[in-house]
Design a protein around this ligand. Structure first.
Ligand code: ZN
Length: 153
């Protein structure tokens, strides 16, 4: 049974909603990376979401990445999905994936090989929740030194 603390998950599609709740309840890559090369945190005061990423690079590859945080199901599921998708990728590919994901949410980009993150596409219909869905993504782009003009939100 869903507990009340999960809150309202603004996604109409049942399969996508289940996937989001699964990541929320059983987060992948939750925790902290040992001997991390860096850590970075950010919050979304509109909703009370917090995400801290820790990561380790092996050359130009994101060899390990993990998150801790608290907040709504969207923010935590997005962090779980994102960390799981970018772990092991070359930094360039991780950045590219994070940007594609952001485009899907803020610029009506078509979901394109985003894996579980595609489940969050429905969130773009709820502008107040988009920041929940992009919080981990914003941290990741800053963490990988990939902030571009306009990425600051
Ligand atoms: Zn939130």
């Amino acid at each position: 049974m869903l507990s009340v603390q999960v809150g309202i998950t603004p996604v109409d599609d049942d399969l996508y909603r289940e996937l989001i709740l699964d990541h929320y309840r059983n987060p992948r890559r939750r925790g902290s990376v040992d001997d991390a090369d860096g850590s970075l945190e950010a919050d979304n005061p509109l909703c009370g979401d917090e995400i801290t990423l820790t990561w380790r690079l092996d050359g130009d590859r994101v060899s390990e990445i993990a998150f801790t945080g608290k907040g709504c199901s969207i923010s935590q599921a997005a962090a779980s999905m994102l960390c799981d998708q970018v772990a092991g990728l070359p930094r360039k590919d991780a950045v590219e994936l994070a940007r594609r994901y952001r485009q899907m949410l803020v610029a009506d980009g078509r979901p394109d090989e985003l894996g579980d993150l595609e489940a969050l596409q429905g969130v773009r219909a709820y502008p107040v929740r988009v920041k929940c869905a992009t919080l981990a993504c914003s941290v990741l782009l800053r963490a990988l030194d990939a902030v571009q003009e306009g990425d600051a939100a």
